[in-house]
Design a protein around this ligand. Structure first.
Ligand SMILES: [Zn+2]
Length: 106
C-alpha cells in the first residue's frame, strides 16, 4: 500500500486509509517537517457527498440488472456487490483526485 507524500517536505505521510479517515474537517501533522496537512474543504466535501451516494447508486444499478423476480438472497447479493464496487471506485477516486494541502507550515 503506497503512502501519500507530505505536500510540504515530500516524505511519506499517511496511508490511503488514513487519508480517507482524514477528511476536510480533520488535519494531520507531518512528523518530519511539522506542517499541518489536510484535504481541501470544498473538494473534500464534494467528493464525500458524491462518495456517500455512489455505493447506493451502484447497489441499485446492480440489482436492476438482475432478472426478475429475484429471491431475497439474489437481491441482497446483487445489491451488496454493487455497493462494494461503488465503495471501491469511490476510495480510488478520492485518493486519486483529492489532494493533500498544507494548512500551516511547521
Ligand atoms: Zn512534511
Amino acid at each position: 500500500m503506497n503512502k501519500h507524500l507530505c505536500p510540504s517536505c515530500g516524505e511519506p505521510l499517511i496511508t490511503v486509509w488514513q487519508k480517507l479517515w482524514l477528511g476536510p474537517l480533520r488535519k494531520i501533522e507531518c512528523k518530519n517537517c511539522g506542517a499541518t496537512v489536510t484535504v481541501p474543504m470544498l473538494k473534500g466535501l464534494l467528493v464525500i457527498g458524491i462518495g456517500s451516494l455512489t455505493p447506493w447508486v451502484f447497489g441499485f444499478l446492480a440489482f436492476s440488472v438482475v432478472p426478475k423476480p429475484a429471491s431475497a438472497v439474489v437481491f441482497v447479493a446483487s445489491f451488496l456487490s454493487g455497493f462494494i464496487l461503488g465503495s471501491v471506485l469511490f476510495f480510488w477516486f478520492y485518493n486519486r483526485y483529492v489532494p493533500l494541502v498544507i494548512k500551516r507550515v511547521g
